[in-house]
Design a binder for this molecule. Sequence first.
Ligand code: HEC
Length: 325
Amino acid sequence: MRSAIKKPFIAAALTLALLCGYAVAEQPKQPEMHHDQFGGLDSMNGMKFKDYSDFATKWNFVTVRYRKDTGEMRLTYANDAAMKTLISGSIDYPKGAMFAKIGLMTQDDPGFVSSLVPSGAQRYQLMLLDKEKFKDTDGWGYALFDETGKTFDGDPKEKAEACHACHKMVPERGYVFSQPVKLNMGLPFNIKMQIATPEKTIASRVVFETVKAETLPEKLKKAMPPEFTEIRLLRGDMEKSLFYGTIDEIRPTLAVELVRSNLPTALVGKDGKLFSAVIKTKQPECELPDGKKGIQVRGIFTDVPRGEKNPKIFVRDIMFCEPKS
Ligand code: HEC
């Protein structure tokens, strides 16, 4: 009986909607986006997004990576010049060699749980080799665009330095992290290229130092549990030059050091405004996706909301399970 009542009701609602079609069809207003002088533009550091927006069909597929803690999938592509160099095993990239990376959010396929599917682009990143133009960053120019192909806020030169501060961790690969997966080239899958030897792991590339808690910026100190007195700080280029992308990317590296040293661990920008810290929680154990026991970690980090007129930096929290070794 219920459906008999419902149908005419729906019909009436539809007629009404059609009659006042204009008002109903109107989309909810998007909040207005605010940008600084560097945000919302079509190009960054001389790279125009439109010139490369078809990289996924025109360029060569290099590899796919997956970030376990955030569920973000990344696909990397190389133009012909970059791919030729990469496959030859050389790091002598010629002028014009380019890489592009797309970060994709993922979600469960409603048709088959446990199979994650891409659910939207997060951002696009480009690297272009030009030794004269990008002298300060070992020849690589960097550009970052949002899901619509527009730049984010923030000085592009400073951002490129922050990009390079991290890419510098792999000088023996010519500052390019990605190694080709030989999926569709008729070649055997070269696992040696994929897995770095222990002395070349990222964790061994970063230097940490134990410092007294009182030297930390006030905002971070406040967010930490009161009993802590010492912290491991990541030292080097990344603390001198970082942006919100670094804050997010570095968290798993900090967690490895937290587990190893058993001390809170952080990366703090030189002016103390941006930071990413990890600490253990009161409930120490958690379960990893493979059923093994892991260590419950709390990430405390700064975040800058996008598109607001005077964005305030605020402190956020994230919980995740980290393997014991
Ligand atoms: C904290 C470290 C870190 C920072 C900061 C960083 N990257 Fe990367 N980047 C990586 C890693 C690791 C990869 C390998 C792929 C992956 O894991 O997503 C990568 C891959 C890339 C690639 C594909 C080629 C390659 O090297 O594998 C491009 C292009 C790229 N990054 C551009 C940028 C740009 C542009 C910025 C700054 C806006 C930036 N990156 C900042 C760590 C970083």
